[in-house]
Design a protein around this ligand. Structure first.
Ligand SMILES: [Zn+2]
Ligand SMILES: [Zn+2]
Length: 298
């Protein structure tokens, strides 16, 4: 018999992990640009252009990771019907001795990436969305050019890769929930085994605001669920030196909701002495400008 059969969940979790790795790969490149404060000294944009030209290879690895994620996610859908549908060859090409010995599923040749959509759309109850089929086809063709030729002619743009990752998530996994799953990934991935996870909220605030800067208000609403046009406040629970504004007023509740840490933050409605804000934390820090206001006497 065939042993070590994969489950649909195995593929889905691996697919999600590869989506996050691809996202992190692009964000790392953007992080270096911010850290170098290139915008302050690169007045004609030539250093930034040169940077992205030199970063084409790391961007290509992000595309390869995204392609791998798509493959796993489609395989997960096929696996829901049966993992045996993923075995591509006829019995005369199966591993030798397979009828007499238990052989691992990984020893069998599985369906090629170019046939996955056809298989999924044939055997699954629900067909893949058209938007995903064309996205996957484009990623697959780019990835083939990038991995099979030294001069592919493909020019990779970081924000386009980020949008492709977000689209893959919303089309194939679920329409909402990127923010929560990404927080979960950053808080529990391999880095947190050797580092503390204390810095996660501040890093994640930077990341979410950085990605949002590439998106339209409607894309932000679609992928992250918040309204860019609404006034944002500092989250005292995230406690970042950079005072990132990542919390929003919850209607009629006397509290803020933070998109990064997910906490509900109680507020006090008092005018700030230093700005036009009137949303203070329980310890009288203005959550618009970040200035501590002295304690009010009752
Ligand atoms: Zn927070
Ligand atoms: Zn203020």
């Amino acid at each position: 018999m065939i042993i070590d059969l994969p489950t649909s969940l195995d593929f889905k979790l691996s697919g999600l992990s590869y989506l996050n790795l691809s996202f992190s790969r692009v964000l790392r490149l953007l992080w270096h640009l911010d850290e170098s404060k290139v915008q302050a000294w690169d007045s004609d944009g030539s250093a930034t252009s040169e940077y992205w030209e030199a970063a084409q290879e790391p961007l290509a690895t992000a595309v390869t990771l995204l392609h791998q994620a798509c493959e796993f996610l489609i395989k997960g859908l096929i696996c829901e019907v049966s993992p045996y549908l993923l075995i591509s060859q006829s019995p005369n090409k199966w591993p030798s001795g397979c009828s007499a010995n238990d052989i691992s599923f990984s020893e069998y040749r599985t369906v090629d990436a170019q046939d996955l959509v056809k298989v999924a759309n044939t055997v699954c109850e629900e067909r893949l969305p058209e938007a995903f089929i064309s996205l996957f086809d484009r990623i697959r063709r780019d990835r083939n050019k990038l991995t099979h030729t030294a001069k592919s002619g493909v020019v990779l743009i970081p924000d386009n890769i980020l949008k492709d990752i977000l689209n893959t998530y919303t089309l194939l996994i679920q329409s909402t929930g990127w923010v929560e799953q990404r927080r979960n990934y950053l808080s529990n991935n391999y880095e947190t085994i050797v580092y503390s996870s204390d810095h996660i909220n501040c890093y994640y605030s930077w990341e979410l605001l950085k990605v949002s800067s590439f998106l339209s208000p409607s894309e932000i609403k679609k992928y992250f669920g918040y309204n860019k046009k609404q006034r944002a406040y500092i989250c005292p629970a995230c406690d970042c030196i950079e005072k990132f504004k990542v919390a929003y007023l919850k209607p009629n509740s006397g509290s803020l909701s933070c998109i990064i840490c997910g906490n509900s933050i109680p507020i006090v409605r008092k005018s700030c002495k230093y700005c036009k804000g009137n949303v203070l934390s329980k310890s009288n820090v203005c959550l618009l400008c970040g200035s501590p206001n002295e304690i009010y006497k009752v």
